[in-house]
Design a protein around this ligand. Structure first.
Ligand SMILES: [Zn+2]
Length: 196
């Protein structure tokens, strides 16, 4: 699952290093304006993904990017900020693409709300895949990493510039006010101070 954010791009980059023409990495990006961030955030994430894919091509990585738009055409998906509706949308989008013995990677990191819902997500995927007779391995490679470790690794790989985090971009620049920006600013400060 690839949004173009810091966490999923780091996983993709790790996996892409072992990709080949015969064994490409498939990314699935779910586009939904009602739940997956606003129009401006989606535009910047899309740009970040495009730039990463150009970089990946220059490194001879083999990535196949699948984009799925999931929107209700004449009403809105319910989003009352309870539960983890984003995960529900992602699962609906990715399931039809999964085949037996695939490995499905999620970019959740230490401290994410996701961990309260982990069992539900795993059970939902496993049960749903019985409808197509498939079984997949669900992986969380960044489970124990925090944002400081993620950003440090993205910088050392020189791919931080191909990621996007801000929820409310202003003139294509991070707003510095949203929760994601504040989090990143804190991490940048920690990196500068050389603390962990
Ligand atoms: Zn922001």
């Amino acid at each position: 699952m690839w949004s173009g954010g810091c966490d999923s791009t780091l996983i993709l980059n790790d996996l892409a290093k072992n990709s080949s023409y015969q064994n490409p990495i498939y990314t699935v990006t779910i586009l939904n304006r009602q739940i997956g961030g606003g129009k401006d955030q989606q535009k910047m994430e899309s740009l970040a993904r495009k730039e990463y894919l150009i970089y990946a091509k220059s490194k001879k990585y083999h990535i196949k990017n699948i984009k799925i738009k999931l929107e209700c055409l004449n009403s809105q998906f319910s989003n009352d900020n309870q539960g983890l509706i984003q995960a529900l949308i992602w699962i609906c989008g990715v399931l039809p693409f999964l085949e037996n013995d695939d490995e499905l990677n999620f970019g959740y990191i230490r401290g994410d709300d996701f961990w309260h819902y982990k069992e539900y997500v795993i059970n939902s995927i496993n049960q749903s895949l019985k409808l197509k007779g498939a079984s997949v391995k669900i992986l969380f490679p960044l489970e124990w990493e925090n944002k400081l470790e993620i950003i440090t690794r993205l910088k050392s790989e020189n791919i931080y510039k191909y990621t996007w985090y801000c929820e409310n971009p202003i003139n294509n620049k991070p707003c510095k006010e949203c929760l994601k920006c504040k989090n990143i600013n804190l991490v940048e400060y920690q990196i500068k101070k050389g603390r962990k």
